[in-house]
Design a protein around this ligand. Sequence first.
Ligand SMILES: [Ca+2]
Ligand SMILES: [Ca+2]
Length: 255
Amino acid sequence: MVDTKVSFFVITILFAIHHSDAVVTFSAPTGISSDAVTLTVDEDLDVDGTVGTFTAADDASAGIEYTLAPGSDSGFDIDQASGVLTITSALNYESGTTSYTVTVVATDDADSTDTATVVVTINVQNVNESPTITPFDKAVFKADKTGAGAVIATVAATDPDAGDTLTFSISGGNTGNMFTVDGTEVKVATGKKLDASTQNYYTLTVRVKDAGELMDDTGLVVGVFKCPSSAISISANSLTTFLLILGAFIVRKTV
Ligand SMILES: [Ca+2]
Ligand SMILES: [Ca+2]
């Protein structure tokens, strides 16, 4: 016959084991180890966009609460209930900061001493961004018969991506292929000559394109006038003044 005291002791132990709260353990996101995970996000992730979803559990009936530990890099937040880690400010690969570290803590709702932590390395991945072409602030006027190779304007653009290759072209308004782009210079094309009697102004669209085919356009007005003087540039706002001067010149030549 089994001793009554021994039986009571065994039953007590079994009861305690059955009802003990297991340790909180992370199971997601993918690649998570016991205490670390590395995640990668694109630099153009929207603010409030998801970096990753953390899941932890134990066998208790109470839920799990997710928080970021003090000392975590700023710019991130985690939903207390869902474990979704998000960004709270825009990322920028070109800023020079391409990696962040936060520590995610999962806490058993029923026992605040039952926690698990994971150190999260967040690597920011470069994304190609569009170039921006510098608008022309002046219409350009060139004398009639200006020949091939004459520089009409110099074009410029910026691109957030360091070292990106920018290529300029004329994408519109180039009647008769009168103009071409040589590097950053808009020129009268080979074999061409401006002829005011045929066309006395052009409304060009100048385009910049980066290595990833992203692009930006701006307008360039080129006027052609019959005048013996060298080419001039004039503010678009002063066009009326220019035309008055030109009119006076023509009158003087014809009287
Ligand atoms: Ca970029
Ligand atoms: Ca770019």
